[in-house]
Design a protein around this ligand. Structure first.
Ligand code: FES
Length: 137
């Protein structure tokens, strides 16, 4: 009997993202490329209240990137993730929308952890590593 395509595919191991020291508390996030449902997308990881959190860089209101400068996601009080387009505010701990046009939406969380002084993210069947080709010179 033939297995369904992808059903028995081996799990993708955790991917190293950066050193733990690169993520300062409520500082600039590290951006990384993924394939989300086979489409290229950007994700980010940041440190918030000591813990590393990671999300797809995609607003729940309109599927556009959130950051107002590359890697800058937090509001001026450094309490919420803000969308730079229409100002949706998200809870950094769980990605839940708490104000603005994102309604009951939430950011797509990516599992992240720290081990051995490094930050790792865990691919899933839906969200896989992506290493785009360098642009031609
Ligand atoms: S696109 Fe994010 S609030 Fe509208």
């Amino acid at each position: 009997m033939t297995a369904a395509i992808g059903r028995d595919a081996p799990a993708v191991p955790p991917q190293r993202l950066c050193s733990s020291a690169e993520l300062e508390e409520k500082g600039r996030a590290v951006l990384f490329d993924v394939l989300h449902y086979r489409e290229p997308a950007r994700a980010f990881a940041m440190r918030f209240e000591g813990r590393v959190v990671a999300y797809l860089n995609r607003c729940a209101h309109v599927p556009t990137e959130l950051d107002w400068q590359p890697g800058e996601f937090l509001d001026s009080g450094k309490e919420f993730i803000l969308c730079s387009i229409h100002g949706a505010a998200y809870e950094p701990r769980d990605g839940r929308c708490i104000a603005g046009p994102c309604g009951r939406g939430r950011l797509t969380m990516i599992e992240a952890s720290e081990d051995g002084g490094d930050v790792w993210w865990q691919p899933t069947r839906d969200t896989l590593p992506h290493r785009p080709e360098p642009a031609p010179i």
